[in-house]
Design a binder for this molecule. Sequence first.
Ligand SMILES: Nc1ncnc2c1ncn2[C@@H]1O[C@H](COP(=O)(O)OP(=O)(O)O)[C@@H](O)[C@H]1O
Ligand SMILES: N[C@@H](CCOP(=O)(O)O)C(=O)O
Length: 321
Amino acid sequence: MAVYTDVSDDALASFIARYDLGAVLSFKGIAEGVENSNFLLVTEAGPHILTLYEKRVDPNDLPFFIGLMEHLAGRGITCPLPVRDRSGAALGTLAGRPAAIVTFLEGMSVRRPRVLHCAAVGEALAHMHAAAEGFAITRRNALTVDSWRPLFARSAGRADTVLSGLRREIETELGALEAQWPAALPAGVIHADLFPDNVFFLGDALSGLIDFYFACNDFLAYDLAVSINAWCFEPDGALNVTKAKAMIAGYGRIRPLGAEEIAALPLLCRGAALRFLLTRLYDWLNVPPGALVRPKDPLEYLRKLRFHQRAGSAAAYGAEA
Ligand SMILES: Nc1ncnc2c1ncn2[C@@H]1O[C@H](COP(=O)(O)OP(=O)(O)O)[C@@H](O)[C@H]1O
Ligand SMILES: N[C@@H](CCOP(=O)(O)O)C(=O)O
């Protein structure tokens, strides 16, 4: 459960009093997520999500995240819409943290994605990329290739307590990716964390996208790589090529990929695997005392990374040049 910060009844009541949401009927910490503290807030106006922004969120980035959700929602993407208080502010402070209330989305995340889900996610990702065009604010990716080495430096000394030889393996991979990372590919606003827990379905139909708190400007095909990693591997660690092919084809139906993006996919998947290996490794080694959170397994992403190192070409993912 990700609740890092407790909210007292009094603090909640004075925070909510600024909004036209009526009285609080219930307020519960949410048993998913690892980044921020999220609460299901039910008021006379219905259910909403209250988020307190924690460790990795730079408060200077909040106008980007809030503005992006408003931009996307205004262009037909079903995503949380920030609620503004009576003064017009979407951001406030609660329990010493930056805080916002967003609309509640109906739907369920899928625990065992099937091919049809992967195809739908590919399409939704491309729709999101298209809808984000014209968004006025930019945010550089704070978790791309140039930040991986300093991020790893914070875990390197203890990496081998997680797996013997891990420090050396990551250092070798950092060197390889720094040398080969693409200099230029089509770029725009990416979600950067479109994992199964961040996509809702009603039945088999995709009903919404959440959790835009890693969104940034970067290569569009890198976003597809993040999602291939998150959706298309089986629990035994093998890539399901049918799922990857369906996701890539779904994406391409909405925004055709260029030949240079297809050729770069194995490398982008490799970088995306290292990025999540590094953040998971840091979180695994640094659980805040008293936090209600279950850190995610870094070694799942080491296994994915090793697959991509061997993949060779985009054909291994079912991508057609
Ligand atoms: N707008 C929303 N509508 C419905 N449920 C939401 C919404 N936002 C978050 N949730 C719920 O809260 C959980 C954690 O949210 P998420 O944004 O993924 O947190 P974190 O940023 O901490 O990873 C989600 O898995 C989902 O169950
Ligand atoms: N998706 C990341 C962790 C970020 O958590 P989320 O709940 O915000 O998706 C991972 O799996 O490492």
